[in-house]
Design a protein around this ligand. Structure first.
Ligand code: COA
Ligand code: AMP
Length: 632
């Protein structure tokens, strides 16, 4: 039996001793009574009875153990021309001070704080300061529009909101303060105070009695100590797209999260304390939470906070410059970033300019890694390129080539094997377990390992409905795929109305809700069509109300604007096909999947239940007019 098989089997057959051993890497104020608490399925809990503090484990503990002078965080910001480094000691002091600020404003254990910040070290400071107090943070990605922020404010009900005055998108300065003001105006819940970290690129105007200046507060704050919390207490809420306009508030606990992430660093990524680890993502996404902030710091690594893009800041050599300059051992990013680099530097000329001798592995996730990009990246880098699959819900990888345990040969298109703790199966729509090579729905037999979502914030029924009741006894991933006879998993894409645009998870249902509100629109459907750079792009198909004879180009422009204003520019909504009718089944269900295949130029079978087959031909013509439906 190989090492992976041994480790994997133990994780499934004896989760108590497996995760009990892993938990020894974490410092506990009070040891847990049970490792796996399975008394109330499907609500499995980990390390019940235990008490710890995640911030203590990520910072103070390393200072006490002699790592105080090691660099904890490097901020590399080509968009502002700055690089800053903070040792563990310096970062701990800043976090303790900001925790003092929050405490002074009445933030206590269990209170919620929303963080809406660009990629600056202060975003990490704010997150860790919440963890220090046992407060629950909810980070909202800066590319989301005020409406999305407002929805999260109403659900999370934050006492305090912390923002940067602006974000910098290559050369564009995007002011966050007007978006915050608008969001608070739209939301029913009003935060008590807002803290503004003023960046020199855009100074925000403060509203008296509500807005406070970060620097002024920090100057007079008293540092606050770590507050012990229960292992099962929430550390954060991270909203992610579901199939409707209402995002799902994924809850992360403290104990299971710390244990799983710490374990993953050595076993999945082969990263040890002291190594430099870089996740080129954004703190607004789950990858940013887990692998920019928590996992590297829980492990005593140096983490990099990058405020830039893979290209254009200033060139497609940006990633290689950072790897060589800061001695990065592992880079983790999304395939779309590599497609962008591939497009600008196919021959890999920029790679040759830098010393990458310390760089060992490239990990990719967030969307399917297409074989072309895989082969190109492995060719120019000449080191392992590892696809791994995960979701906001799980917080850490579900399948991977666990290089710290045993390295397997890569099969392009597969994210390799289930990570220990994830007992995966492929089911058909009736819940029958499928044989190897047969494509179906990917599920994980319960219990899920530690670190994965225990529930949804304020939405227990939705948690059960979306994940646990679809196939009782299993977690439903909403991804389709298959396992081959060697146990490799091939994840083929979502089976619901969620799409992945440049590694960003978006809901087509949410876009449809917005488009349907346009006064000229009678009916619409949005689906994700293939895109060479961003993986997928949303396409709208729209039927206009009878009698509307306005210029189609004007309506299309208005739809783009509505999506930008209500979801944000990251939705990348640009294309609408105006059609006379939508293809539907006889029971009235819109055939989005068939339209997607037509848009991608794939062959499709005529659905047996289609109401009028001619509608598919009409759709093909309309999609061709906007540049899709070309046969490949
Ligand atoms: N704040 C405000 N606006 C933002 C933003 C942020 N944090 N991030 C992106 N946007 C805006 C962009 O400015 C752009 O606006 P525009 O339409 O006005 O030009 C829009 O959202 C789309 O951005 P993006 O998808 O990033 O496209 P791009 O063309 O600027 O860059 C890539 C393309 C591939 C380089 C870029 O998407 C990328 O680096 N992707 C990696 C994604 C990633 O790391 N995902 C995390 C998962 S691991
Ligand atoms: P998010 O919650 O934003 O991390 O998005 C999760 C979704 O992204 C998954 O459900 C998958 O559809 C997709 N995804 C993430 N990583 C991969 C991968 N390595 N291969 C295929 N799809 C992926």
């Amino acid at each position: 039996m190989g090492r992976y098989e041994e480790v994997f089997n133990k994780s499934i057959s004896d989760p108590n001793s497996f995760w009990g051993e892993a938990a020894e890497a974490i410092s506990w104020y009070k040891k847990y009574d049970r490792v796996l608490d399975d008394t109330n399925p499907p609500f499995y809990r980990w390390f019940t009875g235990g008490e710890l503090n995640t911030c203590y484990n990520a910072l103070d503990r390393h200072v006490e153990a002699g790592r105080g002078d090691q660099v904890a965080v490097i901020w590399d910001s080509p968009v502002t021309g700055q690089i800053q480094k903070f040792t563990y000691k310096e970062f701990t002091e800043k976090v303790a001070r900001f925790a003092g600020v929050l405490k002074g404003l009445g933030v206590n254990k269990g209170d919620t704080v929303i963080i809406y910040m660009s990629m600056v070290p202060e975003a990490l400071i704010a997150m860790l300061a919440c963890a220090r107090l046992g407060a629950v943070h909810s980070v909202v990605f800066g590319g989301f529009a005020p409406n999305e922020l407002a929805v999260r404010i109403d659900d999370a009900k934050p006492k305090i909101i912390v923002i940067t005055s602006c974000g910098i998108e290559v050369k564009k300065v995007i002011e966050y303060k007007p978006m915050l003001n608008k969001a608070i105006e739209l939301a029913s819940h009003k935060p008590e105070k807002c803290i503004i970290f003023q960046r020199p690129q855009a100074k925000a105007e403060l509203i008296a009695d509500r807005d406070l200046d970060w620097d002024e507060l920090m100057a007079k704050a008293t540092p606050a100590d770590c507050v012990p919390v229960k292992a099962t207490d929430p550390l954060y809420i991270l909203y992610t797209s579901g199939t409707t306009g209402l995002p799902k508030g994924i809850v992360r606990d403290n104990g299971g999260h710390a244990v799983a992430l710490r374990w993953s660093m050595e076993n999945v990524y082969d990263v040890k304390p002291g190594d430099v680890y870089w996740a080129a993502s954004d703190v607004g996404w789950v990858v940013g939470h887990s692998y920019i902030v928590y996992a590297p710091l829980l492990t005593g690594c140096t983490t990099i906070v990058y405020e830039g893009k893979p290209i254009g800041t200033p060139d497609p050599g940006a990633f290689w410059r950072i790897i060589s300059q800061h001695g990065v051992k592992v880079l983790f990013t999304a395939p779309t970033a590599f497609r962008a680099i591939k497009r600008e530097d196919y021959q890999g000329e920029y790679v040759k300019k830098y010393d990458l001798s310390g760089f060992k592995y490239l990990f990719l996730a967030g969307e399917r890694l297409d074989p072309d990009t895989y082969f190109w990246a492995s060719g120019i880098l000449n080191r392992p390129v590892i696809d791994h699959w995960w979701q906001t819900e799980t917080g850490w990888p579900i399948t991977a080539n666990c290089i710290g345990i045993e390295q397997f040969p890569v099969k392009a298109g597969s994210s390799t094997k289930p990570v220990p703790g994830y007992n995966l199966h492929i089911l058909d729509s009736e819940g029958k377990v499928l044989a190897p090579e047969q494509e179906g729905l990917v599920v994980a037999k319960l219990p899920l390992p530690p670190g994965t979502l225990p529930t949804l914030w304020n939405a227990e029924q939705r948690f059960l409905q979306s994940y646990m009741n679809v196939f009782p006894g299993y977690y439903f991933t909403a991804d389709g795929g298959y396992m081959d006879k060697d146990g490799y998993v091939f994840v083929m894409g979502r089976v619901d109305d969620v799409i992945n645009v440049a590694g960003h998870r978006l809901s087509t249902g949410a876009m449809e809700e917005i488009i349907a509100k346009h006064p000229d629109v009678a009916e619409c459907a949005v689906f994700g069509a293939e895109d060479n750079l961003k993986g997928q792009l949303p396409i709208g198909t729209v039927v206009l109300k009878a009698g509307v004879n306005r210029e189609p180009a004007d309506i299309k422009k208005e739809l783009i604007q509505m999506i930008r204003e209500q979801i944000g520019p990251i939705a990348c909504y640009k294309d609408t096909a105006i059609v006379a009718r939508l293809p539907k089944t006889r029971s009235g269900k819109i055939l989005r999947g068939t339209m997607r295949k037509i848009a991608d130029g794939q062959t499709y079978t005529m659905p047996a239940t289609i109401d009028d087959p001619a509608t598919l031909g009409e759709i093909e013509v309309a999609l061709k007019q906007i540049g899709y439906a070309k046969k490949t």
